[in-house]
Design a protein around this ligand. Structure first.
Ligand code: GLU
Length: 448
């Protein structure tokens, strides 16, 4: 059973980067008939906001990324307390008393000596008496997880291949603040254990977190916190960059609201983000099942994926041209039916433009001034108009025969008289929608 999770922190709106992570985890779950969990990482009470939680849900719904379960870290504090107790009893957590400034000085000294700024474990060496003195002075400790330097860290990453870390090259992570609140590192591992997560797919900014979390997983199992299970499969995707190839500020704020406002179809976002950074072509695939079936981590490259907003526009138009009436009916102008949608669809970049074309059918249309010669021709057209299966085909055939006009001279005055425009949807589809009486009235008016 595949279980994946998308774990946003509700400290802001979703942006393209997290939408991509959500989509990929959703696809892994759907592809395997598994479970997709939305996990709200809200241990940071000061920065987490309920309106962001709601916005995250609304954005996922708009994108069609339905989740099977929703979990919240703020509702699981007892479990973190239990994990903390288990790790502490196992000697894998230790109290630290350095202030932020002290740690900063240590970091600067290390860097000044050309050494990596790894925490020196000074707090681990404190004697009982020294600790007691800190407590007596009213200094509450923050807590670090003790990495096991003897335990090699390695995993087969679904995208990056074999990954190896030397624990001695990592700082023991702070997992709990002095005020008792939790940092990201341990609760996430506890959740992945408790929720039976089988695949962790996230951005490559989490690679070193994975190294640490692998030791947290094994330490929790060794401490009998939970029945031991195989660790989840990990995969880390290359980050998204702007078209210029740089990490862009804009991408960090570009989200569903902006897309919706610009009339971008959710399916275009899905089609782009499903394939961007993979060896598969980015195409306007409106069939999500097909996209999901072809989703494959082994096609992901390690180079940053370039996100181009113009690609998105192009894909969105390509998707609009494929959407069936049922999928868009609620967003179409009053009275527009399946035939109307079919007629205007190829001319749209955004569904919102359907109303502009629909006005050609409902009228009134503003006709240009015609030459006398064209007026005579249009008068003839008003007479010749006959209703059948294909009134446009019949009308143009009759007029061609009767007047000898062809090409532009034949079609353009008719189009202008019937729609007021020089270009637009296929007249063969539009004319039946305009209707016989109205079409005749327009032709007569143009001829007058
Ligand atoms: N809340 C974390 C983030 O948004 C989750 C990372 C993870 O997937 O474990 O970066």
């Amino acid at each position: 059973m595949t279980i994946t999770r998308f774990a946003p922190s509700p400290t802001g709106r979703l942006h393209v980067g997290n939408i991509r992570t959500a989509l990929h985890n959703w696809m892994l779950a759907r592809q395997a008939g598994g479970t997709f969990i939305l996990r709200i990482d809200d241990t940071d009470a000061a920065r987490s906001r309920e309106d962001y939680v709601e916005a995250i849900r609304a954005d996922l719904t708009w994108l069609g990324l339905d989740c099977d379960r929703e979990e919240r870290q703020s509702a699981r504090l007892e479990r973190y307390e239990a994990a903390f107790a288990a790790l502490r009893a196992a000697g894998r957590i230790y109290p630290c008393y350095e202030t932020a400034q002290e740690l900063d000085v240590k970091r600067k000294i290390a860097l000044g000596r050309g050494l990596p700024p790894i925490y020196d474990r000074a707090a681990l060496k404190l004697t009982e008496a020294e600790r007691a003195a800190q407590e007596a002075a009213g200094n509450a400790p923050h807590w670090r997880f003790l990495l096991d330097h003897a335990e090699p860290i390695a995993w087969e990453d679904g995208i990056r291949g074999t990954q190896k870390f030397d624990a001695a090259q990592l700082s023991d992570p702070v997992i709990r603040r002095a005020d008792g609140s939790w940092l990201y590192m341990m609760p996430s591992a506890v959740d992945d254990i408790d929720m039976g997560v089988t695949q962790v797919l996230r951005g490559e900014d989490h690679v070193s977190n994975t190294a640490v979390q692998i030791q947290i997983f094994t330490a929790l199992y060794a401490a009998d916190f939970a029945a031991a299970k195989p660790l989840p499969a990990f995969a880390h995707e290359a980050l998204l960059v702007g078209r210029e190839g740089k990490l862009s500020k804009r991408l960090g704020s570009l989200g569903c609201d902006a897309f919706r406002e610009r009339g971008i179809e959710p399916e275009a976002i899905i089609a782009l983000l499903a394939r961007l950074g993979t060896s598969r072509p980015v195409e306007p695939v409106a069939d999500r099942a097909a996209l999901t079936a072809s989703f494959d981590l082994s096609t992901f490259g390690r180079a940053p994926a370039k996100f181009d907003e113009e690609d998105l526009e192009r894909l969105s138009a390509g998707i609009v041209h494929q959407l069936p009436f049922e999928a868009v009916a609620a967003r179409l102008p009053e009275g527009m039916d399946a035939a109307g949608w079919h007629a205007v669809r190829p001319n749209l970049a955004h569904i919102g433009e359907a109303a502009d074309w629909w006005r050609l059918v409902t009228g009134p249309v503003e006709q240009p001034a015609f030459s006398d010669e064209d007026k005579a021709f249009l008068a003839q057209a008003a007479q010749a108009l006959a209703w059948g299966d294909d009134p446009w085909g019949a009308l143009t055939a009759t007029l061609k025969e009767a007047t000898g006009r062809k090409g532009r001279a034949l079609f353009l005055p008719l189009r202008q008289a019937l729609t007021g425009m020089d270009h637009g949807p296929d007249m063969g589809e539009l004319l039946p929608l305009i209707g016989e009486a109205e079409a005749r009235a327009r032709l007569s008016r143009a001829a007058a």
